[in-house]
Design a protein around this ligand. Structure first.
Ligand code: ADP
Ligand code: MG
Length: 327
């Protein structure tokens, strides 16, 4: 049976803090599924419920159709990688990676073969004999990763695994993790508060706010068709405009300087290399961000302009009047 992870109606409170409030999600087998949201929005708690480290107050978790809500963590075909991965300092890389297998009583020859194989997978074939202190941060994180996939779990849970790495290394590891997931065909449930990371790596993203999921979709859906102001604002940059009593999100790159349209004045021009960001004060009193590819056109602060966007580029926000009428 396909190893879909199915989370239904999960609720979890700590005292009077409702950490997770009725979360539903389905992670398809073999997919890269990201829980995205600001700090404190309930991502880690959801992941810990899937891992079995927390018992939900209500709701259920199943894996491949089997209810595992109250199964102990070690009996689930699931491993977890944390940001502050703890390697045993006195053990070599090979010993660290093989530790879990040794505890399970896997024999030496089989263990060594599995460790060798997985170290090659994470690009550390030559590093088996080193101790953790002899490795860089990125290499240590790959050892932690190797340790968590050596027993081939169906599902890998990753809680902000790259949070401690600097930008360059983080980007390398993003590419690496994504191709690893694809090559192994493993299911990844990935937690991050970094919207760019979520968009570039995921098959699907669930956007968390205040213990609830506001939207689940592909990166393209989340970015191009955000359903709520929170999603529109948290994922990328947007303009929230009001027209005829309805609120809309319009992405900065969807707004064009036109012959006619919304009149305004350029307030600020920010050169960003491949593109330029303009802040425009419209005559009706909005302040809109417009992003244009650098095509040599020069607009200076104070210039009068007209802004235009397509009907489809204005995405109605849930809760605003028109949406309620439609619904
Ligand atoms: P995230 O991972 O999105 O930052 P968490 O799931 O860690 O969010 O936390 C959600 C909310 O639950 C936060 O308000 C957090 O303070 C609270 N919380 C999480 N774990 C505990 C705990 N063990 N005890 C008390 N409150 C907790
Ligand atoms: Mg967290």
């Amino acid at each position: 049976m396909a190893a879909d992870v199915d989370v239904r109606g999960i609720t979890k409170a700590y005292g009077d803090v409702l950490a997770v409030d009725g979360v539903d999600l389905t992670v398809p087998d073999g997919s890269f599924f990201t829980l995205l949201g600001p700090s404190g929005s309930g991502k880690t708690t959801t992941l810990r419920v899937i891992a079995g480290f927390e018992r939900p107050d209500a709701g259920s978790v199943s894996l491949g159709g089997e209810d595992i809500t109250f199964a102990p963590p070690y009996s689930r075909d699931v491993n977890t990688v944390f940001q502050d991965y703890a390697l045993f300092p006195h053990m070599t890389v090979t010993e660290n990676v093989g530790y879990g297998l040794r505890v399970k009583g896997v024999g030496r020859a089989e263990r060594d073969a599995a460790v060798k194989d997985v170290l090659a997978t994470v690009g550390l074939a030559e590093y088996g004999g080193r101790k953790p202190v002899q490795l860089s941060g990125g290499q240590r994180q790959r050892v932690a990763l190797a340790r968590s996939i050596v027993n081939r779990p169906k599902v890998l849970l990753l809680d902000e695994p790259l949070g401690a790495l600097d930008l360059k290394l983080r980007q390398q590891m993003q590419t690496f993790l994504k191709s690893l997931q694809r090559d192994l065909g493993m299911t990844f449930v990935y937690v991050t508060h970094d919207q760019e990371e979520a968009l570039t790596m995921s098959d699907q993203v669930a956007v968390f706010n205040n213990g609830k999921i506001e939207q689940i979709g592909t990166p393209k859906e989340i970015y191009e068709r955000p359903r709520t102001e929170f999603v529109a604002d948290f994922v990328g940059t947007t303009n929230l405009v009001e027209r005829d009593g309805c609120r809309y999100s319009v992405r900065p790159e969807r707004i064009e300087f036109a012959e006619a349209g919304e009149p305004g004045t350029i307030d600020d021009v920010i050169f960003v290399g491949a593109f330029t960001r303009y802040l425009v004060a419209t005559d009706r009193g909005e302040r809109l961000t417009v992003v244009s590819q650098n095509d040599g056109a020069r607009l200076a602060p104070g210039a009068r302009v007209y802004l235009g966007w397509g009907e489809d580029d204005a995405v109605p926000m849930i809760g605003s009047r028109q949406e309620q009428q439609e619904g």
